[in-house]
Design a protein around this ligand. Structure first.
Ligand SMILES: [Ca+2]
Ligand SMILES: [Ca+2]
Length: 455
C-alpha cells in the first residue's frame, strides 16, 4: 500500500507539469502545518484584526489544493476589493473557526466568524482544502471548504457565503473527493462531488450548484463502484468544443481506470465508459497508475492504455514493459452534440519511463514491426530492440539517464545528448543502433523528435 502510494505520488508529480488543462490533484498529503513567522506589513494588520476577536488560537492551513496560506485573499462580497479569510483553532475549545477580515476605513477588521461544524456537532480534525466558485451565479464567489473529522468517516464540506454583511454557512455536504470544474452548458464553474462507498461498492458523481440555501444537483452519474481510490480529476476538452471531466481511479493496488463525465445535448451528465451491463468501466482499464493528460499538446485530454511489448505478455504485470497508447475519442464518435459511439482512438504511442522522467514516442516505422525494450532499471538504461524469433535481436536505440555530476565520467558509448533537466540535473544520452532490418533504422533527428522529458 505504501509502495503503491509512493508510486502514484511519483508518477503524478511527473505527469503534472505538461498538463494543458485545469487539473485537480487528489490523494493524501503530508501534514504540513508549519507555523509561520509573525507577519509584517499588511499581514500584521490582518493578524491583529483576528487577535481582536480571537484569543489563544493557532492558525491552520489547508493541506491540499490551490490555497494553502494562513490568510487567503479573495473578493468575497463583490465590492471589487480583496478580503481575507483565515482558519484557526481555538487553543481553549479546540474548535475550528473560519474568519473573514475586511478593510474598513483603512483598518482591517474581522467582519465574520463561525465555528466550523457547530450546527451538526461535528468535531473537525483537519482542514483539507479551500476553493472558490460562484455556485449561485450571482457574480460573487462562495467559499468551499473541505474538512476531516475524527467522528465521521468520509470528508465534510461546508459552503460559506458572505451575505448581507454577514458570513453564513450555506450548506453541508459529504464527499470523498471534489473539484471545481467548468463543464456545464452555461460555461460557468460548478462543484463536482465524488462519493465512494467501498463497503457497498458504489461510486457516484454529482455536479452541484447553490440555489438560495439549497444545493441543487444539475447532473448525476453512476461511476464504477469497484474502485478503491480516486487519484486525479482532470477537467479539459474531450473533443473540440466538448468539455469533460476525466476521473482517474485505482482499483486495488495496480489497476487504474479513467471515467469521463460530460453533459450531452439532452443536458444530462453522462459517463460513457461505464458499462451498465457489467456495472464497471473496463474500456480504459490499465495495469499501471498512468494518469490522463494532454500528451500531444493539442488541447484534448488523452487516456493511456497499455499493451505489453513483445516478449512480456506472459510475465507478471509488475515485470512487463509496455507500449502506452494515448487515446482520444475519434471525430466520428462525436457529432458536435453527442458522443455516438464509445470507442478510443490511439493518437500517439509511447514508451513511458516515469521513474527517469521521460517518454519516447514510438517512431512510425516501429509500430508495425516487432520491437521491444530491455529495461536495465539499476543503470537507468532502456534499450529498444527488434524482436525476432522470440528473442531480442538487433539494437535500435539505447537511452540512459545520468545525473549531471556523473555525466563527466559517462563513457562515450551513448554519444547523443537528448536533453537536460535543469530542475534536477538529469542528463539523457542515447545511441543509435545499426539494425540489419533497415526499415527499423531511425535518424538522429527522429530520435531527438521522439524524446520528451516529463519534468
Ligand atoms: Ca455566488
Ligand atoms: Ca491532446
Amino acid at each position: 500500500m505504501k509502495l503503491k502510494n509512493r508510486m502514484i505520488a511519483l508518477i503524478l508529480s511527473l505527469v503534472m507539469t505538461l498538463l494543458m488543462s485545469s487539473c485537480t490533484m487528489v490523494g493524501k498529503s503530508p501534514d504540513q502545518l508549519i507555523r509561520p513567522p509573525r507577519p509584517t506589513g499588511e499581514y500584521a494588520g490582518i493578524q491583529r484584526a483576528l487577535e481582536e476577536v480571537a484569543e489563544d488560537f493557532t492558525l491552520k492551513y489547508p493541506e491540499t489544493g490551490d490555497y494553502r496560506s494562513a490568510f487567503i485573499e479573495r473578493d468575497l462580497d463583490g465590492d471589487g476589493k480583496k478580503e481575507f479569510i483565515a482558519f484557526y483553532v481555538s487553543d481553549t475549545t479546540n474548535e475550528y473557526h473560519i474568519n473573514m477580515i475586511k478593510k474598513e476605513e483603512d483598518n482591517w477588521k474581522s467582519v465574520g466568524d463561525l465555528i466550523v461544524g457547530a450546527d451538526e456537532d461535528i468535531a473537525i480534525s483537519r482542514i483539507e482544502r479551500v476553493d472558490f466558485c460562484d455556485l449561485d451565479r450571482d457574480g460573487v464567489d462562495e467559499i468551499i471548504t473541505g474538512w476531516s473529522s475524527v467522528s465521521r468517516s468520509g470528508k465534510q464540506m461546508y459552503i460559506y457565503k458572505f451575505e448581507d454583511a454577514r458570513f453564513v454557512l450555506k450548506r453541508p455536504e459529504t464527499y470523498t473527493e471534489y473539484a471545481v470544474v467548468s463543464i456545464s452548458p452555461d460555461g460557468g464553474e460548478d462543484l463536482l462531488l465524488l462519493h465512494l462507498n467501498e463497503a457497498a461498492k458504489s461510486s457516484s458523481a454529482s455536479i452541484i450548484r447553490l440555489d438560495g440555501d439549497k444545493t441543487v444537483s444539475i447532473g448525476n452519474a453512476v461511476l464504477d463502484g469497484n474502485v478503491t481510490e480516486y487519484v486525479k480529476i482532470t477537467a479539459g476538452n474531450v473533443a473540440p468544443g466538448l468539455r469533460g471531466v476525466f476521473i482517474d481511479s485505482m482499483k486495488g493496488s495496480s489497476v487504474m481506470i479513467t471515467e469521463l463525465l460530460y453533459f450531452g445535448s439532452e443536458g444530462g451528465l453522462t459517463n460513457p465508459f461505464y458499462d451498465m451491463s457489467n456495472s464497471e468501466t473496463w474500456l480504459t482499464m490499465r495495469e499501471a497508475a498512468y494518469a490522463c493528460r494532454d500528451i500531444n499538446g493539442d488541447g484534448i485530454i488523452e487516456i493511456p492504455t497499455l499493451e505489453p511489448l513483445r516478449g512480456y505478455a506472459d510475465l507478471p504485470p509488475g515485470e512487463r514493459q509496455y507500449y502506452t497508447h494515448w487515446n482520444q475519442f475519434g471525430a466520428q464518435a462525436y457529432d458536435g452534440k453527442d458522443i455516438l459511439t464509445v470507442k478510443l482512438d490511439v493518437v500517439l504511442s509511447t514508451y513511458m519511463n516515469y521513474t527517469d522522467g521521460y517518454y519516447f514516442v514510438i517512431p512510425e516505422q516501429w509500430l508495425h514491426n516487432n520491437i521491444t525494450v530491455e529495461a536495465d532499471v539499476a543503470n537507468r538504461m532502456r534499450v529498444f530492440y527488434e524482436w525476432r524469433d522470440g528473442k531480442f535481436a538487433d539494437e535500435l536505440v539505447s537511452i540512459q539517464a545520468v545525473v549531471k555530476s556523473a555525466a563527466q565520467e559517462q563513457s562515450n558509448a551513448l554519444n547523443i545528448k537528448l536533453g537536460e533537466q535543469l530542475s534536477n540535473g538529469q542528463i539523457y544520452y542515447a545511441a543509435l543502433g545499426n539494425p540489419s532490418n533497415r526499415e527499423l533504422q531511425i535518424t538522429s533527428a527522429q530520435l531527438l523528435e521522439s524524446f520528451h522529458m516529463l519534468l
